[in-house]
Design a protein around this ligand. Structure first.
Ligand SMILES: Cc1cc2nc3c(=O)[nH]c(=O)nc-3n(C[C@H](O)[C@H](O)[C@H](O)COP(=O)(O)O)c2cc1C
Length: 175
């Protein structure tokens, strides 16, 4: 499969089969996160892997959607603001960018394994920190359910669900 085929195959799945995800596949996904690039190679991240049913229920309560409770595993991707690279010119913290790259590696690796994911950022962050005992300098960036999908998407969806290429490319200068 070409890279573009894999990227187009990934979608946000919100309906899961209630079957476990093999540890080998989970480790493949986590390895994809581990090797991701990061600003100044700081690797300012932690990945909390939740497999126990009881704990999946607990963490799902940070984002009340029926479908999330059915996830076979949940990975909470966290940023370590103590070690992330800050741009000297303006102090911009690159932790979110770094963790997001790792998350996207994971969504693509999961797709490669025939698994489904969905980025979740609209969750209750303080509640998540409380449930998972996350210390102050660590920020959960996204909740990523990992499961076998029960839903399907239109294979041609990128033709109508995305902007046209000429709308997003600026050649040489902005205008
Ligand atoms: C940073 C980010 C945050 C997102 N947060 C949520 C979320 O909280 N809940 C949700 O259901 N989907 C969430 N999504 C999924 C987007 O809605 C989805 O990626 C977008 O509609 C495109 O659809 P696709 O992923 O199926 O291609 C998020 C996606 C990204 C990249």
């Amino acid at each position: 499969m070409s890279f573009l085929d894999l990227a187009k195959k990934r979608y946000s799945s919100r309906k899961y089969k209630k079957i476990p995800v093999e540890d080998k596949k989970l480790m493949y996904i986590l390895e994809a996160a581990r090797i991701a690039p990061s600003a100044s190679n700081k690797q300012p991240w932690y990945f909390i892997v939740i497999k126990e049913n009881e704990n999946i229920k607990k963490v799902s309560s940070c984002y009340h959607r029926e479908w999330l409770y059915d996830a076979s595993a949940i990975i909470v991707a966290c940023a370590n603001h103590n070690i992330s690279w800050k741009r000297p010119a303006d102090g911009k913290d690159h932790a979110d960018i770094d963790v997001s790259i790792a998350i996207d590696h994971m969504t693509l690796a999961a797709t490669d394994m025939g698994l489904a994911t969905c980025w979740i950022c609209n969750f209750d962050v303080p509640e998540c920190c409380k449930i998972l005992n996350i210390p102050e300098h660590i920020e959960p960036i996204a909740i990523l359910p990992v499961a076998y999908p029960e839903d399907k998407v239109n294979e041609n969806r990128h033709t109508f669900q995305r902007k046209k290429i000429e709308e997003i490319i600026k050649w040489e200068t902005f205008n």
